[in-house]
Write a new protein. Structure first.
Length: 133
């Protein structure tokens, strides 16, 4: 019984740190202003909505990867999945948390849009370097 308690406490603590890590990633990207090109392609002009996440992730798969983005994108993707699961199950019982979950999911979408902006800039830099050679 004690092992189950320790395991549950460990998982809860790990989840707490994971959520904090993802929220810090999203907070750092919230200060980034999207380029006009990315705003046109994604349709995100004033702010991201939770529905934008899937479309932006599809666009991200079309761009060459930046090594710096991989870990953060995977973490925020898992966080987005957790939020979707929570919205489908737990948040139906606690409707007061619904606006918070929507805001967090929109933050995930904006994080992905910022990653797309950075990948486009990275692709341009790579192309410029190849042209200069």
């Amino acid at each position: 019984m004690m092992a189950v308690f320790i395991f549950a406490f460990s998982v809860a603590t790990l989840l707490m740190f994971f959520v904090s890590y993802c929220r810090s990633l999203m907070a750092s990207s919230s200060r980034h202003v999207l380029s006009e090109e990315v705003r046109d392609v994604t349709g995100i002009h004033s702010g991201a909505s939770p529905r934008d996440y899937a479309r932006v992730m599809q666009l991200l798969q079309l761009c060459p990867e930046r090594p710096q983005d991989t870990t953060g994108l995977h973490a925020v993707g898992v966080y987005y999945s957790i939020l979707n699961f929570a919205q489908a199950t737990l948040l139906r019982m606690v409707p007061a948390l619904q606006p918070w979950a929507e805001q967090e999911r929109a933050g995930c979408a904006y994080f992905a849009a910022v990653a797309l902006d950075r990948r486009i800039a990275f692709s341009r830099e790579m192309l410029a370097q190849q042209v200069d050679l």
